[in-house]
Every structure is written in C-alpha cells, then in structure tokens.
Design a protein around this ligand. Sequence first.
Ligand SMILES: Nc1ncnc2c1ncn2[C@@H]1O[C@H](COP(=O)(O)OP(=O)(O)OP(=O)(O)O)[C@@H](O)[C@H]1O
Length: 448
Amino acid sequence: MDVPFTIFIVEDDPWYGQLLHYHLSQNPDDEVYLWTSGQECLDNMHLRPDAVTIDFSLPGMGGDKLLQTMRQRWPDLPIIIISAQSKITTAVELLKMGAADYLVKDDNTKDLLWNAIQKLRETNCLRERVKSLESQLQAKYDFGKIIKGNSPAIQRIFGLMEKAAQTPVNVSITGETGTGKELVAKAIHMNSGRHRKPYVAVNMAAIPTELLESELFGHEKGAFTSAVARKIGKFEEANGGTLFLDEIGDLHPAIQSKLLRVLQERELQRVGGNERIKLDVRLITATHKNLVEEVKNKTFREDLYYRIMGLPLVLPPLRERGQDVLHLAKYFVDEFCQKYSKAPMTLTPGALDKLRDYNYPGNVRELKTVVELAAVLSNGAEIGPGDILFASAGQDSHFLSTEKTLREYTRAIVRHYLDKYDDNVPQVAQTLDVGKSTIYKMIQDGEV
Ligand SMILES: Nc1ncnc2c1ncn2[C@@H]1O[C@H](COP(=O)(O)OP(=O)(O)OP(=O)(O)O)[C@@H](O)[C@H]1O
C-alpha cells in the first residue's frame, strides 16, 4: 500500500481537470480534489494537501502568483506546475521560485504526473533533491555575486568552482598574490553541502613552525611546558566542514609529513594525546608558489602534493582578464561609496584608460586599493586620471608585457607624463624631448 496522499489539482479547463482527476484517482489510497481557481485552492487549504498541481495559465490569480503565495505560506508543500508552455526560461524561473516539478501539457502529461506524485511520496529523497537543485541554482547566483568578472578566464573558474561545490573533493588553488584565492575557497565552502558546518582558514606562513603542529592538530594539557590546557586544533575545529590552508607551499618539511599522515589516515592524535579523532574535513589549499617546481626542487613532498591536489584551480592574473579590470573598478567604486555613504561616483574615460593600461602585479587587491584611494582623492563626483596613483613599478614593465602599436606606446607614454606633471605641456615636452606643438596636437586630436 502506498502512503496515502491528498492531492489538489488546480485547473480551470474542466475537461483537462477531469482527465487529471480521473487518472490520479486510480490510486485508491489517494484523495484527489479538483479546484478551478487559485482562490478556491487557497480557501481549501485546511484539507492539508500533500501535493498540489497548478495550471500555469489560470485566470485571475495566475499559476506563478499562486505558487509564490503557497511557497511563502507552506514552504515545504511540493507544487507541480503544469503548463502549455515549453519555454525553458519559464520552467527555470518556476523551479527557482520553488516548484518541485514542471510538466508541459501534452499526451504524456497524465502519466508524467502520476510518476511525479509517486516520487513525491518518497518525501525525504525528494526534499534532498529539491534542496540540492536549489543549492545548485544558489551556487551559480552566489559565485557571481561575490566574485566579480565576466571574462572567459574567470567564467571557466566559476564552472570548476561549481563542480568543486557539488563534491567533497579536495581543491588546490594557485594564483599570484591578490587574485582572489581566499575568496574562491570561501565561496566554494558557502555553496557546498557543508555550508552550515565550520569554515576554518589558516595562513601557514603566518604561524611559526614550532607552533604549527599544535595549531593544526591541537594538544593535550601538559604536552609541553606551555601547554597549560587542552587545545583543539584547526582540523578538529573544521570537522564536518572545510579547512582552508593558505600558503601551503611554505610548509616546513616536518609538518608536511605530519599533515600527510593525517590526510591518509583521516584521523589525528592531538600532540601529547592517545585518543584517535576521526576526521571528515574537506581540504582547500592555496599557494602563490608553483608546487610542481617545489616538488622538483624537493622542497615539497610529492606524495603530499598528490594527496592535496584534488581539483586544481588556477586563478588567472588580473592582466589576463580583459575588461574585468573595468568591471571590477566600477564595482569597487560603488562598493566604496555605499560603505562610506557617499554620493555615487563615476570613473572618467581617462581614468578608465589609465586603469586599463596598468599591469597590476598585486592583482585584484591592488586594483581595489588603487580605486579606493582614487575615490578618496577625488574632489567631486568624478574620478579622473589624476586621482589614480599606482604604487609599484608595474606600469613601466607593462609597456613591454602587452603588445601595442608604436602609436599606442607613444600615446601611453605621453599620457603617463601628462598625468605625472598635471598636464603641464612644456614640462612634458621637455622631458620627452619633443616639441610642445606635438603634445598640443595630440591633446587637440583627443589622442591623449
Ligand atoms: N573577482 C573578485 N571580485 C571581487 N573582489 C575580489 C575578486 N578577487 C579578489 N577580490 C578581493 O581582492 C582582495 C584579495 O583577495 P584574496 O585575499 O582572496 O586574494 P589571495 O589570492 O588569497 O591573496 P594572497 O595570495 O595575497 O593571500 C580581497 O579584498 C577580495 O575580496
């Protein structure tokens, strides 16, 4: 015998409604009700349905509105949408709104509906499935919200992050400083099945080697002179969740061996203790070093390298993310204005050019700092090229690291000196050893 179900069908077409009603009533365990409007359905909710099917194009309160109302008031009630529309975007929209299923009206609908209701009986399985669907959709949404960028290079990373979020596999992130390694690690955790469990981040380079073992694995009281009480290590803290080990490439060889053992055995013993503590930790590691090189140089253990590698994510430097520089710059300006309750500010075309032409050895972190400083320096609602100051020598090296025409090099050099000397043309002309009229002409022609 099936688990008895009370099913509501909301359908304004009497013939189609009767067809579905007849078909679903073939299961003697179920009670099936047919309502012809959203309001009628809501008025009868005291009958406590276990599942509801809604025709998408109902008169009056439409199927989507009814779905929305019901999701708000009965969030756990599974709702199946039946629609004449086969548009995938509509289906995705409704699934996002919380529909448990979406059926297109055709000859197979009644059979599909029957199967769908059968599936709903397995309530727990279904809840998990809905949750995982929601979390997949959520994941896409959140990655883009936290990590800005439209370039193909960063979109590829989003694809891999999604895969990483869906499975408990270890993840190793490499990339230059400031490329967003920590941001990516946290986003993977927040979008994974472990997001309600702890996320613990440890910067290995920031902890003296002699303290690292007890920091990671904990210690018992009296394990060494200063161990006045038991200490829970970062692995234990992260149990059930995610441990992010930043700067793993800097790990001392002695700790590398201990880490390897813990990862192999999936359990640890606190320093000075006998108890074996079982671990269920997803490990995400990051380094700005080339670990393959470190392995070749024998400064990083090969067996540990393979153990932690899991899904490798290589974050591209900002200079390889095309127009993302400008998207990020605008995003950071808006964020800054919001944070400090300032009126909205814009970057002038000259400022955008200057930002685009720079090399960013410090990557996104450097861009953020530069843009925030520019917002502070700007006197009005506009941020101009003069407000943008680069601290490092990256700009000069950039002249050769990106390919430009001679004309473009000339413009970039002239613009650089105009910025440097506050548009003092005679001084720029003297520095570059060209006639003033050359510079004036470039300005007049809008080239700089
Ligand atoms: N794509 C991005 N969108 C928005 N903010 C970003 C992005 N990438 C990085 N950031 C920001 O840039 C800063 C540096 O990022 P993060 O600390 O994650 O870099 P990292 O690669 O871990 O740096 P390091 O190697 O120096 O530890 C942070 O403020 C972060 O929020």
